[in-house]
Design a protein around this ligand. Structure first.
Ligand code: 0O2
Length: 210
């Protein structure tokens, strides 16, 4: 591919715009003084070397990258609780500034590696001086625990090129189970908090009437 700068420009633009938009959703929750299902948002354009590696691995011709590689532009939305992920996906489904083309639920169906995350692939229109260009963007929605595990596993994967020594493999599997348990524990605590808030607001209402 000769003109990487030209090719990647709309992807960079999409990341800038979507980061503002998705972070803006968090700001709205804060303004309403309610729990935000979004903890933080990150975004990146895939480095050229990773695009080339993935294209080679998946037999994607370079002139088909725009339709066949869905994560050249990628965003991550991190949540505190597993239940928040559903809410974030619903919020994305409600929007009309892009169209959802695919959803992949690696939470109900975790990957063999132990990877958990919810992926939403969108078609996002970027306005350029040559007109509108629609590009694919992958949004990964995950809890902080899922993100911790995926980040560590990704670095190790890079180091060992997917060929993990036996002991690392066992530890990663155990770490994935620990991350899952942490999410479960946090979900339980969340129910406690919500129950306490309900009791508190009922009490306030009763006191207000007295
Ligand atoms: P990056 O930019 O280095 O993160 P495939 O690549 O075959 O697994 P596909 O069809 O591209 O799958 O789509 P998928 O699995 O929905 O999305 C791929 C991206 O999800 C990966 O991007 C990772 O970001 C993340 N991912 C998927 N599986 C795993 C996993 O087992 N471990 C970790 N840590 N992340 C995973 P890339 O291509 O790795 O790029």
């Amino acid at each position: 591919m000769e003109h990487w700068d030209d090719f990647l420009a709309p992807y960079k633009q999409a990341i800038v715009e979507l980061k503002v938009k998705l972070k803006g959703m968090r700001t709205e929750f804060e303004r309403d003084h309610v729990h935000s299902p979004i903890e933080f948002v990150t975004g990146r354009v895939k480095p050229i070397i990773s695009i080339l590696d993935k294209a080679a691995k998946k037999n994607i011709p370079l002139d088909k990258l725009d339709t066949e590689m869905q994560d050249i532009a990628g965003l991550r939305m991190m949540c505190q609780f597993v239940d928040d992920i559903k809410k974030v996906v619903e919020l994305l489904r409600m929007r009309n500034d892009f169209e959802i083309v695919e959803e992949r639920d690696y939470i109900s169906h975790k990957k063999a590696s132990g990877y958990r995350s919810y992926h939403v692939v969108i078609r996002y229109p970027v306005q350029t001086i040559h007109g509108e260009k629609k590009i694919l963007v992958e949004i990964q929605i995950r809890t902080l625990a899922m993100n911790f595990w995926a980040t560590v596993e990704h670095s190790l994967n890079y180091k060992y090129k997917g060929d993990f020594p036996e002991d690392i493999q066992v530890r990663l599997k155990r770490a994935a189970e620990a991350a899952f348990s942490l999410d479960e524990e946090m979900s339980q605590i969340r129910l406690e908090i919500q129950e306490a808030q309900r009791i508190f607001s009922r009490k306030k209402e009763t006191l207000g009437k007295a």
